[in-house]
Ligand binder design. Structure first.
Ligand SMILES: [Zn+2]
Length: 479
């Protein structure tokens, strides 16, 4: 194979999440299949678009829709020529200043050359915080050593850094990018955000759907993958602020695409997901959506590294708890099935619920005193390993004494009462199944009927992962 030189492309999607998101944005702005297809001519065109949009935003009057894109740029590049308070007020001067940022890397033996910080290609420019998001700040991803003027960045990566807001989920104060092992999901996420970016430039943030969240965009992008694709999605949200820059990272499990496929193709968990979405939807007094259920539900599929996030199982547990809500048999079964599906498909749990759930349900139905009192007792103990263990012993003793068949022993109890990972989740699933069983048996423990009206039933039948008042035109260009 001698003589076959690898010709590096003008743009590489690297492992750095912000550079990677920017590279995808360049590719889609250039109408290419991926970053590696981008040509030098494409870079010229994309740089021109980026510069023109930035100039327009920088010239916009405050409190106009066009000014909202300036807020986006300010969140990313707070000290740049386009966003600085002392920026040129003359469009031609600003255009010239910005264009120079994306000039070709100078060539020739006399030129200083360094490998690009991101992709390793030859770089002729040094960039620092004013033009690179999340660089050289107190809580930054990367910080320059003292007396180093900047990071070498090649032309492709410089244009990627400024194409970032087109492919990222942006707000007036933050930016969110997706990292995923499956390139198809990154592309789909970028494409969705790009349509959003165009709309923000024209109409401002006021045109965005109320309650819209990046997690729903990411989940929809993952849903488009084949179900056997193992790929976790990571969302990086940050603000490149002068005073208090911050970064928050949340991620899904590896098998989310599979979980979504199972939910999509099975009526019961799909109904459960819709019920979850509807229960998370909040409307104002005028009937308009204030909190979007599909977006909030999608959010539950992500967990923060510090685990300070609400989990899907906990939310379902709260929903199924009879004191907070009442459900008919069908809807309780749907929500319980959803919880079980999530536990099995994404957490890899293999809960063996039936023997223990039957023991508890038998005891609630037949033990001494009233079923309502025993259910209250079980609720008190349900999520605590020690108290649940005691209750199981009591139940087994009581039922055996009464001559009722007990088809379970302490070996079945282990996964619920041992102190080990996921034991708490096991107890939560057990509680859902117990309540479902006693409801199926018609044991009266609640005054609520859990009936569902026609309008609610119509809403439950609607597709999942689609916000109530979404602009359908947005979907027409879906890739
Ligand atoms: Zn580079």
């Amino acid at each position: 194979m001698s003589g076959t030189a690898v010709v590096p492309g003008v743009l590489t999607a690297t492992g750095h999440p912000l550079q990677r998101a920017g590279a995808w944005a360049v590719a889609l702005l250039a109408l290419r299949a991926g970053p590696e297809q981008v040509t030098a001519d494409d870079l010229d065109r994309v740089a021109a678009v980026v510069v023109e949009d930035a100039v327009r935003a920088a010239m916009a009057e405050k409190n106009t829709a066009a000014y909202d894109w300036w807020k986006v740029l300010f969140a990313l590049y707070p000290n740049s020529k386009a966003t600085h308070s002392k920026r040129p007020r003359d469009a031609a001067a600003l255009r010239e200043a910005l264009t120079s940022l994306f000039a070709a890397d100078a060539e020739g033996p006399s030129t200083a050359e360094w490998p690009c910080t991101f992709c390793g290609a030859r770089a002729g420019a040094l960039w620092a915080k004013s033009t690179l998001p999340m660089f050289d700040t107190n809580t930054a991803l990367n910080t320059l050593p003292p007396n180093v003027p900047g990071w070498p960045v090649c032309r492709g990566c410089r244009i990627a850094a400024w194409s970032l807001p087109y492919g990222a989920w942006v707000t007036a104060g933050s930016v969110t990018v997706l990292g995923c092992e499956a390139a198809g999901a990154e592309r789909a996420f970028t494409a969705r955000n790009m349509r959003d970016a165009r709309r923000i430039m024209q109409l401002g943030f006021g045109a965005r759907r109320v309650g819209a969240r990046p997690e729903l965009n990411a989940v929809r992008a993952l849903r488009a993958l084949r179900s056997d694709v193992q790929a976790a999605a990571t969302l990086w949200t940050f603000k490149n602020d002068n005073q208090e820059p911050w970064l928050r990272v949340v991620r899904t499990c590896q098998s989310l695409a599979h979980f979504l496929a199972v939910v999509d193709s099975n009526a019961e968990p799909r109904r459960g997901w819709r019920l979850l979405e509807l229960s998370l939807t909040r409307r104002g007094t005028d009937g308009k959506v204030v909190t979007s259920g599909p977006d909030e539900a999608a959010r539950l599929l992500f967990e923060a590294d510090d685990s300070h996030s609400r989990s899907l199982l906990w939310t379902l547990h709260r929903l199924l708890h009879p004191r907070e809500n009442s459900w008919n048999v069908r809807d309780r079964a749907a929500l319980t099935r959803l919880a079980l599906t999530y536990a099995e498909e994404t957490l890899g749990m293999k809960p063996h619920l039936e023997p223990v759930a039957t023991l508890v349900a038998d005891w609630i139905e037949h033990g001494s005193g009233s079923p309502r009192g025993r259910l209250a007792e079980y609720r008190q103990a349900a999520l605590n390993d020690y108290h649940l263990g005691r209750l199981l012993s009591t139940a087994q003793f009581r039922l055996t004494l009464d001559g009722r068949p007990v088809a379970t022993g302490p070996e079945d109890w282990q996964q619920f009462i041992e102190r080990r990972p996921r034991a708490w989740e096991h107890r939560m699933l057990l509680a859902s199944r117990v309540i479902q069983l006693i409801q199926e048996r018609g044991v009266t423990v609640s005054d609520a009927t859990g009936s569902i009206d026609d309008e609610t039933e119509r809403l439950v039948e609607q597709p999942i992962l689609e916000p109530a008042d979404e602009d359908l035109g947005d979907e027409m260009g879906e890739m």
